[in-house]
Design a protein around this ligand. Structure first.
Ligand code: AMP
Ligand code: GLY
Length: 416
């Protein structure tokens, strides 16, 4: 049985998913919308706008698509999965209502309160004055979050009251803003992924991300400058505790509310002195965490995603390679601030069997490979240790001929 697949997205996460799906003996015709030059090595990139649900559905019908895999959160929060499922197409990814776990921080905090899930204490506000009064009463450090999707930029961990007040004023400068104010937790962070079929959750790998732009965790927050898998913090005991105290109550609460969660649930965790606590949920794979997970996944990805989409993960037990994986993000100089677009990537090195260079923000201009986004390449390798994987990834980074790129030199330092 072969399945025609449409992959939605255009980043490094989607290139990693595409490379893995392309290895499946069950794959029929493979399309990506919109894709990128790296994804084009594996799939036919088509000019179908993921925001135009009717156009995506018509494409799926015309091409007999058996599974749509949605990479990013924006189409999920916009209800793409609902529109396709209403048209009879199988989709890996949650409904719009279930995507609120990422789309609304307030929604997730209410669920945590209802299900007694360990997370930071919080209050929701829809007006500036009561929010100001609350942070003044609580004092710093304190965390201010805009409620909706903010591409990683909606969070201020305020060390002082002045910073917290400034963040609140900035949030409420937007009309109709909603804000969550949280207790500031401390501890190391890890990313934990689970495949979900609405009822069951199957652990699907761990990773650690590097969110700050520069070496030594300095500089502004980014979408992620590198990652490694597995996380050294997520021991089997911690995973069991997180499943029992965080993930399973979440799936139960979502099902009870009539909004069962299907797809990949990405828990951002803080390992505090009093145990693991939820920082936030995302309803998609992490980027660049997906890149290291896909390098380590031994099982065929396609039947696993199809089983989750079809609502039955009861027979799925993913297998992993023991070797750790490391990915180093190469970004345009200036990212996450303003940067030049269209700079030439003169050449990329050949990659061996334990290596991959995933395209995140590349494009083609007159046949030349150019950088079009902030995060541009994800240089990835596995090895018998984290140190070996990192050394291999950095050797590849040094062989990339792109003078306008920069990268952190200390990815995976925590685990070396
Ligand atoms: P988020 O976008 O919610 O993942 O937040 C971005 C980063 O802000 C997280 O990775 C944490 O480092 C930090 N953060 C978010 N919430 C808290 C909190 N309640 N206490 C401490 N740090 C936090
Ligand atoms: N790497 C963080 C994220 O995907 O949200």
């Amino acid at each position: 049985m072969s399945t025609n697949v449409l992959l939605i997205g255009s980043g490094g996460r989607e290139h990693a998913l595409a490379a893995k799906l392309a290895q499946s003996p069950e794959l029929g015709t493979f399309f990506a919308a919109p894709g990128n030059p790296g994804i084009a090595q594996h799939a036919r990139c088509v000019d179908v706008d993921p925001a135009d649900h009717a156009a995506v559905l018509a494409f799926c019908r015309a091409e007999r698509i058996g599974l749509v895999v949605v990479g990013p959160e924006v189409p999920l929060v916009a209800g793409l999965a609902d529109a396709l499922e209403a048209g009879g197409i199988l989709v890996f990814g949650p409904s719009q209502a279930a995507a609120a776990l990422e789309g609304s921080k307030g929604f997730t905090k209410e669920l945590c309160a209802r299900m007694h899930i360990p997370t930071a204490a919080f209050r929701r506000f829809d007006a500036l004055d009561p929010a100001l009064a609350y942070v003044r009463a609580e004092g710093a450090p304190i965390v201010v979050k805009a409620d909706g999707l903010a591409a990683g930029k909606g969070v201020t961990v305020a060390a002082t009251l002045d910073e917290a007040e400034e963040a609140l004023r900035a949030c409420f400068a937007e009309p109709g803003a909603e804000v969550v104010v949280e207790e500031c937790m401390t501890g190391p962070e890890a990313s934990f992924f689970c495949l979900c079929d609405g009822v069951r959750a199957v652990p699907f790998g761990t990773a650690e991300d590097h969110k700050r732009a520069y070496d030594g965790d300095a500089g502004p927050n980014t979408g992620g400058m590198g990652a490694y898998s597995p996380s050294t913090l997520m021991t089997p005991d911690v995973i069991r505790q997180v499943m029992a105290e965080i993930v399973e109550p979440t799936l139960k609460g979502m099902a009870e509310a009539g909004t069962p969660f299907k797809g990949v649930l990405y828990a951002g965790l803080m390992l505090t002195d009093t145990g693991p606590r939820l920082i936030e949920y995302n309803v998609r794979f992490g980027d660049p965490e997906c890149q290291v997970l896909m390098m380590r996944l031994e099982s065929d990805l396609l039947p696993i995603l199809r089983a989750a989409a079809a609502g039955d993960l009861s027979r799925v037990t993913p297998r992993w390679r023991d070797d750790p994986a490391v990915t180093v993000v190469m970004a345009s100089k200036g990212y996450p601030g303003s940067y030049r677009k269209g700079t030439t990537i003169a050449s990329l090195p050949e990659t061996g069997p334990q290596e991959a260079i995933f395209h995140a923000g590349t494009g083609l201009s007159d046949g030349r490979l150019v950088a079009e986004g902030g995060r541009v390449l994800n240089v990835t390798a596995t090895g018998s240790s984290v140190a070996e994987a990192a050394d291999r990834a950095y050797a590849l980074v040094h062989a990339v001929d792109w003078p306008e790129g920069f990268y952190r030199t200390d990815i995976a330092h925590r685990a070396r």
